[in-house]
Design a protein around this ligand. Structure first.
Ligand code: HDE
Length: 711
């Protein structure tokens, strides 16, 4: 691999010839260019470059005879195929990714000397991988689980990986418990069941015995664990990090990603059905959004705590099971990230990307969070077996844009032809190169923050990590009634799958009771257990009664219904004018209306025109859409009213609290009542009401009525 490419790009040299949105990725695109393989117009050849004349037949002794060992073409092909798979990630195996860029809003040099946060004109390429945690590579996208949110910034000063999740806390406080936690949540060892789910005995056995998990389990039982889209999730760095400015002044920070698309979720029934009807629902959603130019955007922000304020909170900043409520320390926006390019090749990019929380750049540093400290070891270690050796940083997607000369040599899969005689330092033979760079305000070598440590070597948890319930309670009490209802249902569903009654009872009496007695009583009732009447642990409670920032209903987003998928149900005899009016009105809001028919065949409108459809109602069921509209046309709506498929589509959409535009006759025949989000007719008023309802994501007021509709 020519090291020239790795050494070359400064974005300023590459940008300028392209649109601003595209120019950003040029530096990384350029560094990948020499490994891109485009076979257009090329002859089929072996790996040794020999042209292949026949790719259909093995070399044989006669056309009915045995195959010959000398057939190097067949053997090379099959051998390579036999080794196509690599070990999947131990956790976060199921994922998808995209390229994009990060742009700082301004000069944040008072906070950090990290170069990518100092110049709003600088475009830093990024690669993001979103994932679920529990399931294997082929598992479904929409399971109830934490989502990984890992971002690699290819900065001029080296790669910075922000390897976060869509939830701001974690299940455990100390890295040494991670293998125990993962073994408990993974499919059970005797029968490898369940896939992609935490609703089983070993998970609940562990978390009910480990109260430090209470807060994170709350998040996992909330709607955050079933996002509507990867584009509609917040992201969190989880641990407290340090930012350091050029004067050496450090601040504690928590990283946040805020989606412009808002924070929205699926309903549990939808999530379960989607797991079967479209296991790729979320990777497809991200892919399609980027392909259609609807680039998702997040704002990167930090909560900043001056060093002097480290002990001003009623929890420990080093404890990864705690948030800093945004009402106590607001999030300061630093810049934005836009995802604007899909990968060319899933394996080469999404599968081979290797994140590590230890990949940081000058101006950023760690804290002593004991979970973070363990992570610093684990990620590089796991890549050794996953990617087959210590040269995984040379894989194109992992290569920094910054030069990376050093004296590390050889090892499996070495791609660089290192020149020179000296692979040690100091040396005089090669002029002493490559040389250290002393730390400096700008462009200096990396220097760790000089934290003073004076302590005993000890295996002990700090007492300041001891309150496991106050923030779990704060979370529950900050939810809207709807969100609380969903949390109760989620605990009831999951614990309902637990076979051992002792585990159910322990979770209810020793965990949920200490969070909130009403929550515990509601879950207990659903499990047929007695309601606990007293707490088992005295908790001091949080300094806040509520944190509104925790409720996702307070994060509607700023893009309206842009990119939302709307089903337009049509059948023969539909009024083409009505279809046109509705589609145009939705497109004016940058939504994505898709015509669905009884089959995949075009439908014939009342005026005789043929209307092509995107799919049949069976091929794209209601669970794949954010809203449903039915244009006018008596023959068409009569046909829909008589079709089991269409009725199921509409009733299911109603049950899932979707905004709907219906004709009066159709809503009457289905027995559905008008509400804030179920509007009649196809005039502008109906469209406006519909758009408003889709903006609100769901018609929550309908929830009680919808529960009476069969699933
Ligand atoms: Fe990870 N984690 N983790 N994790 N994690 C991995 O690294 C680990 C933790 C997270 O898309 C692994 O390359 C330990 C917290 C994401 O490629 C592994 C501990 C957070 C991803 C690993 C944690 C995360 C991983 C598996 C406790 C949120 C996917 C394959 C000490 C802040 C990255 C790999 C991708 C992946 C270890 C806890 C996020 C085994 C030991 C907390 C997003 O190294």
């Amino acid at each position: 691999m020519p090291s020239k490419k790795t050494d070359s790009p400064k974005h300023s040299q590459l940008a300028g010839t392209d649109t601003p949105d595209r120019a950003n990725t040029n530096a990384k695109v350029q560094s990948l260019e020499d490994v891109r393989s485009d076979a257009t117009g090329q002859a089929l050849r072996t790996n040794q470059g020999v042209r292949i004349a026949d790719n259909q037949n093995t070399l044989k002794a006669g056309d009915r005879g045995p195959s010959l060992l000398e057939d190097f073409i067949m053997r090379e092909k099959i051998t390579h195929f036999d080794h196509e798979r690599i070990p999947e990630r131990i956790v976060h195996a199921r994922g998808t990714g995209a390229h994009g860029y990060f742009q700082s809003y301004g000069n944040h040099s008072a906070l950090t000397k990290a170069g990518f946060l100092q110049d709003p004109a600088k475009i830093t390429p990024v690669f993001v991988r979103f994932s679920t945690v529990q399931g294997p590579r082929g598992s479904a996208d929409t399971v109830r689980d934490v989502r990984g949110f890992a971002v690699k910034f290819y900065t001029d000063e080296g790669n910075f990986d922000l390897v976060g999740n869509n939830m701001p806390v974690f299940f455990i406080q100390d890295a040494i418990k991670f293998p125990d936690f993962v073994h408990a949540v993974k499919p059970e060892p005797h029968n490898e069941i369940p896939t992609g789910a935490s609703a089983h005995d070993t998970f609940w056995d562990f978390v009910s015995l480990v109260p430090e998990s209470a807060h994170m389990v709350m998040w996992a039982m909330s709607d955050r664990a079933i996002p509507r889209s990867l584009r509609m999730m917040e992201g969190f760095g989880v641990h407290t990090f340090r930012l350091i400015n050029d004067q050496g002044v450090a601040s504690f920070v928590k990283f946040h990603w805020k989606p412009r698309q808002g924070v929205h979720s699926l309903l549990w029934d939808e999530a379960q059905k989607l797991a079967g009807k479209d296991a790729d629902f979320q990777r497809r959603d991200l892919w399609e959004a980027i392909e259609t130019g609807d680039y998702p955007e997040w704002e990167l922000g930090v909560q900043i705590v001056p060093e002097a304020d480290e002990h001003k909170f009623d929890f420990d900043l080093l404890d990864p099971t705690k948030i800093i409520p945004e009402e106590l320390v607001p999030v300061t926006p630093l810049g934005k990230m836009v995802l604007n390019r899909n990968p060319d090749n899933f394996f080469a990019e999404v599968e081979q990307v290797a994140f590590c929380p230890g990949h940081i750049v000058p101006g950023i540093d760690f804290t002593n969070d004991p979970l973070l400290q363990g992570r610093l070891f684990s990620y590089t270690d796991t890549q050794l077996s996953r990617l087959g050796g210590p040269n995984f940083h040379q894989i194109p997607i992992n290569r920094p844009v910054a030069p990376n000369h050093n004296n590390q040599r050889d090892a499996l899969h070495q791609h660089v032809v290192h020149k020179g005689r000296a692979s040690y330092e100091p040396n005089s033979i090669d002029g002493g190169w490559p040389k250290e760079t002393p730390p400096a305000a700008q462009d200096g070598g990396f220097e760790s923050y000089q934290e003073r440590i004076d302590a005993h070597k000890i295996r002990q948890r700090s007492e300041s990590f001891g309150d496991h319930f106050s923030q779990a309670r704060l979370f529950f009490q900050s939810m809207s009634p709807t969100e609380q209802h969903h949390i109760i249902k989620a605990y009831s569903f999951e614990l309902g799958k637990v076979e051992r009654e002792a585990i159910r009872a322990r979770e209810v009496n020793e965990i949920l009771a200490n969070i909130d007695l009403k929550l515990a009583a509601a879950v207990a009732a659903n499990l047929g257990l007695p309601a606990p009447t007293a707490v088992t642990v005295q908790v001091k409670g949080s300094q806040l009664a509520q944190s509104p920032a925790l409720s996702q209903l307070n994060h509607p987003g700023v893009v309206g219904i842009k990119g939302r998928k709307i089903a337009v149900l049509v059948a023969d005899g539909v009024d083409a004018g009505s279809v046109d009016r509705l589609v145009k009105a939705l497109e004016a809001h940058s939504a994505r209306p898709l015509l669905l028919g009884p089959t995949s065949a075009p439908v014939k409108a009342a005026d005789g025109t043929q209307l092509p459809v995107a799919a049949s109602m069976e091929g794209m069921p209601s669970i794949m859409f954010d809203g449903i509209v039915v244009p006018g046309g008596k023959a068409s709506t009569d046909a829909l009213a008589a079709s089991g498929l269409a009725k199921h589509f509409l009733l299911e959409g109603y049950k899932h609290l979707k905004a709907m535009v219906l004709t009066r006759e159709l809503s009457g025949s289905l027995g559905l009542k008008e509400d804030k989000g179920l509007v009649l007719g196809d005039d502008q008023g109906a469209v406006d009401a519909f758009v408003k309802a889709v903006e609100g994501h769901r018609v929550w007021e309908r929830e009680a009525a919808a529960e009476a509709v069969p699933a």
